[in-house]
Write a protein that binds this ligand. Sequence first.
Ligand SMILES: Cc1cc2nc3c(=O)[nH]c(=O)nc-3n(C[C@H](O)[C@H](O)[C@H](O)COP(=O)(O)O)c2cc1C
Length: 228
Amino acid sequence: MRKTKKMLVIALAAVLLLILTGCGNSADKAPEGKSAEPSVGTRQDSASAERAEGQGKALVVYFSRTGEQYTVGVIDKGNTAIVAEMIAGQTGADLFEIVPADDHYPMTYDALTDVARKEQREKARPAYAGTLPDPGGYDTVFIGAPVWWGDWPMIMYTVFENNDFSGKKLVPFSTHEGSGLSGFDRKLAAACKDARVLEGLAVRGNDCQNRQDKVKESVSQWLGSLGY
Ligand SMILES: Cc1cc2nc3c(=O)[nH]c(=O)nc-3n(C[C@H](O)[C@H](O)[C@H](O)COP(=O)(O)O)c2cc1C
């Protein structure tokens, strides 16, 4: 009986020693105050990066204006540019900004609405600077712009008509102040008949400037629904 008790004490002491010295490698230990576990964000990023790889190569093409914008005053980064960068950041896509070849767009809101209205009435096809990366090198092209008078800005039709998107997955996104997606998906499908248009996303322009966490969340959810 005394022998059993002694063995029990030795066993308990051994267990205690193991606990005190730690079973794992000390290199695995987190610095004080930090967790060794990756943060939720890190885990989501690597998981979505893996899923993004499965989706093939993606390109984000967008048009966006700085200067005076509706409800947000004068901005130095456009609302649509903010969403475009979030999409590229979460999918690893390349980015291409549509910049007018001749930038005749005024920096004040009222004057800009007049120019945009005139272009729409005239079905103008303003030229853009540079050359879009060949869509043939991509599986998916995200295409975004602000809603202008309930439609894509006319310069985006120049993009749709001057590039070959056949066989591509096209994903529209808009920023707006009440009109939502404004039929961007339907109009894109009509302009690029041999492409497959997927579910789009509409984001309030004001949120892009003032509630970026909320916008990031909507972008993540939407990308998740698309398989990213
Ligand atoms: C010329 C013009 C027309 C606009 N028309 C609409 C519209 O029809 N519906 C709407 O909800 N917002 C409209 N807006 C607001 C913009 O869509 C919104 O401010 C957008 O986020 C601007 O994006 P950006 O900063 O990327 O250019 C218009 C803005 C401008 C400048």
